[in-house]
Design a binder for this molecule. Sequence first.
Ligand SMILES: Nc1nc2c(ncn2[C@@H]2O[C@H](COP(=O)(O)OP(=O)(O)OP(=O)(O)O)[C@@H](O)[C@H]2O)c(=O)[nH]1
Ligand SMILES: [Mg+2]
Length: 256
Amino acid sequence: MIAPRRRPTIVVPCYNEEHRIDESEFARLSKSGLVNLLFVDDGSSDDTLSILGRLSDLSDAVDVLPLAQNAGKGEAVRLGLLRALGNGARTVGYYDADMATPTEELLRLVSIINADPTISVVLGSRISMLGTQIRRTPARHYLGRLYATVASFSLGFSIYDTQCGAKLFRSSPELASALAAPFRSNWAFDVQLLDRLVHGDATTAGLPLGSFQEVPLLSWRDVRGSKISARHAVWALLDVVALGVRRRHRPGPRVR
Ligand SMILES: Nc1nc2c(ncn2[C@@H]2O[C@H](COP(=O)(O)OP(=O)(O)OP(=O)(O)O)[C@@H](O)[C@H]2O)c(=O)[nH]1
Ligand SMILES: [Mg+2]
């Protein structure tokens, strides 16, 4: 059990999740005493907001940020992270409402960032290898590999998985700066956030790459009901290419 004010705040973006959200598992997570949960209702038109209301009635560790209109996952996450940092959280993160990453794995990521103050970012990584149970359809796996390869070129450093929905960040001026402006792309926002954190901007030099840690997940599963279409995937890929082109034409610090 961690004192409430020292717990990481995990932002959970939710858009029309009434059929996918596992209320009892989120209730269990909120009672773990290890994290605070901040659900961002992204202008849902179904019953999501009342489910989130019930969860926040159950536990002081749960808060809800309702957005009046659908803003897209990237903006919902950004606003949630800013709210969490504004409330004084020293570590923040985000986590998909479909629980494709099991809660035990989320808590393992939390224990890794809690244990080592030199780590500023922990990224869940879906690597299918012996000893892990990463259940993804072949199409999604190969699309993910293509995406991560293009993202590595665009970012200028190697990363295995930019799109896993479980990521943690230690509070820092670099993080505040990276979240200050909306992302250009709502589906490639994870890549843009990493770009801002590593390469910095006019006010910060960026975080050292050595303070980022990708952690291979022991289990992950594709959850039915994803709202990402093939068209979204193509746009996201083009957004990542555009990000790389912009980065190459931008003066600024090199990766350390
Ligand atoms: N699709 C969608 N999801 C949103 C939006 N705003 C917030 N989200 C949340 O983003 C998270 C991921 O949504 P999914 O549709 O599962 O997409 P994904 O997990 O990124 O992609 P998959 O690997 O295809 O499952 C969920 O928690 C959604 O509720 C939005 O405008 N559209
Ligand atoms: Mg999903």
